[in-house]
Design a protein around this ligand. Sequence first.
Ligand code: SAM
Length: 293
Amino acid sequence: MLKGKPKFKTPVQPKTPSIKKTSGPRYQFPYSKNDYILLVGEGNFSFSHSIAKTIGTGKNIVATAYDSESVVEEKYTNDAVNHIKELKDLGGTVLFDIDATKLEKRKILKNKRFTHIIFNFPHCLGIKDQDRNILSNQQLLLNFFNSASKLLTTPASQTVSNKDESLDEPSDFEENGAVPDLNRFGEIHVSLKSGLPYDNWDIRMLSRKAGLRSKVTMPFNLKWFPLYEHRRTLGFKDGLSKGGNQEIAEKNPKLYAFVIKESLDPQHPQNQDNDGSKKRNRDGHSEDSDSDD
Ligand SMILES: C[S@@+](CC[C@H](N)C(=O)[O-])C[C@H]1O[C@@H](n2cnc3c(N)ncnc32)[C@H](O)[C@@H]1O
């Protein structure tokens, strides 16, 4: 997807990104109220809050943290409490204790299908040894890819119930004009810093192992997420953590979008134009040629 013109009306406070122009001509804000979005590995929930604020609703957002609620509050203090409150006020669903590598095992998620599953700056808790650190982060990503692929929408998703009585979930999308279009191939989005050691994680190789293909790689545009404040896995530590988004801004962060490989099969009916020729995807890209944009 990373689709064209998102549909939302009035700009919201604080300053909403100019969706069409901030990223230059090539890339546009990748989410809209027509998506059904699962976020995993949230820190202080500022990223999910920012997306909800920008698209004008949280009704189509399920934001989750690996930690328990009390640990989130302890690590990220009032920041998290406030972002969570505002996200919920916008209709968002917030869940704790969610392991991104075992999503399909959770009753609350297993019958759902999402158009976007986002892991923003994944990272395991610090292992000092560089090689072991890389390996454990690769394992995290690979297991996440395998798990998340099972919860992605496909053109057959209409047949899968997105209602689960156990989840106090948004059932009244229409009220806000947020009607997710589930009848399409979903995407997995991962943001990562560039340079070492992150380049050695070889995210594209990992995605291929999980049966995914790179759809597009784009700069992670901080201006798209005005409320977002990146946090480390251990929370904010005075003297160690940098304020604002300095930690990522200096590291040429990228947003990687992956799809299941079948979605790029030119023979798949979803990928055919009426005349049978291969369709380009919604944002005009065919499969990313593994170039680092
Ligand atoms: C560098 S922090 C980034 C936090 C947040 N996404 C952000 O962008 O500010 C890495 C995050 O990955 C999470 N994480 C690590 N292992 C995880 C797992 N198995 N499932 C879900 N989240 C995990 C950590 O709890 C932490 O929140």
